[in-house]
Design a protein around this ligand. Structure first.
Ligand code: BV8
Ligand code: ZN
Length: 244
């Protein structure tokens, strides 16, 4: 515990001195809001198979099933609110000259909490994209029709998320790498570090000379690699970084 306080004090000092901060978040930051994580206890990929639900092949095979899964997640997430971890990051953004949140989450909770510069690596649950004309729009209906169709051309819509085996949007990748290569401090929060390319981003920041700090409930493959590793809930640790 004394060691945890010591690490928090070190990180607070690094934030105070930093000009450019990049943050990478994963499902863990939304866990205290009630959003299920993917790989831990009660995780989505313990209950469902990602290959059946979150791949382009799954969508071609059974679009109805895939939409059922995303509609279920819309119902689950729609009533949820950001937690103190999301709010603390939005506040830290106001204290640092350049601050970017890079998130793997599709829940939209960073924006709801007031974060401004956000890079959504894996898309957004609340946006839909046409499978034919590629038109993209926000759609907050809960649930969407079983097989929602495009207003412009009538073709099937898909969730605007990145499935396994799909490339991340190059413009989104550029924005993420710009933040990573320019930062002097990176915080990696609530991610198990299993999904590429996000998993390598902390190491890349470190190679570029940044200090990297992890905040996670459990150890990850990177805990010993980073400069600081704080074990605890992000909703409890992040607000403590703001204490004088
Ligand atoms: C790509 C969006 C190029 C949709 C997601 C071998 C075979 C096939 C493919 C690959 C392979 N090896 C690598 C790959 C590539 C693959 C990949 O990395 N696979 C892994 C699993 C091996 N990656 C891709 O396919 C990516 N694209 O590489 O393109 C390419 C193209 C073709 C072929 C090859 C390469 C695209 C990946 C995008 C996948 N989409 N989601 C949706 O959500 O429906 S990823 C999925 O995992 C989640 O959505 C999430 O975004 C992501 C990461 O998970 P985490 O956020 O880390 O969550 P997790 O549950 O794992 O961990 C939570 C952590 O929080 C835990 O550590 C826990 O301890 C902690 N925690 C819990 N509570 C708290 C907490 N911490 C703090 N406080 C708390 N309260
Ligand atoms: Zn269309």
């Amino acid at each position: 515990m004394a060691e945890q306080q010591d690490q928090i004090d070190r990180l607070r000092e690094k934030i105070r001195q930093a000009k450019n901060v990049a943050v990478l978040t994963g499902a863990g930051i939304s866990a205290e809001s009630g959003v299920p994580t993917f790989r831990g206890e009660g995780g989505l990929w313990k209950q469902f198979r990602a290959v059946d639900l979150a791949t382009p092949e799954a969508f071609s095979r059974d679009s109805r099933l895939v939409w059922e899964f995303y509609n279920w997640r819309r119902e689950l997430i729609a009533p949820l609110s950001p937690n103190p971890g999301h709010y603390a990051l939005a506040e830290i953004e106001n204290l640092v000259p350049n601050f970017t949140v890079i998130t793997q989450n599709i829940d939209g909770l960073h924006r709801k909490a007031g974060s401004k510069r956000i890079v959504e690596l894996h898309g957004n649950l609340w946006w839909v994209r046409c499978t034919r004309c590629e038109s993209l729009r926000e759609d907050l209906r809960v649930p969407l029709p079983e097989l929602p169709t495009c207003e412009s051309c009538g073709a099937l819509l898909r969730p605007h998320v990145v499935w396994f085996g799909e490339m991340l949007d190059p413009a989104v990748m550029d924005a993420a790498y710009e933040a990573i290569s320019n930062c002097d401090l990176m915080m990696v929060i609530g991610t198990s570090g299993t999904v590429q390319p996000a998993a390598s981003m902390g190491v890349q920041a470190k190679r570029n000379g940044a200090s990297v700090a992890e905040i996670n409930l459990d150890p990850t493959p990177y805990s010993d690699v980073y400069d600081i590793a704080i074990s605890g809930k992000s909703g409890e640790i992040l607000p403590r970084l703001l204490q004088a």
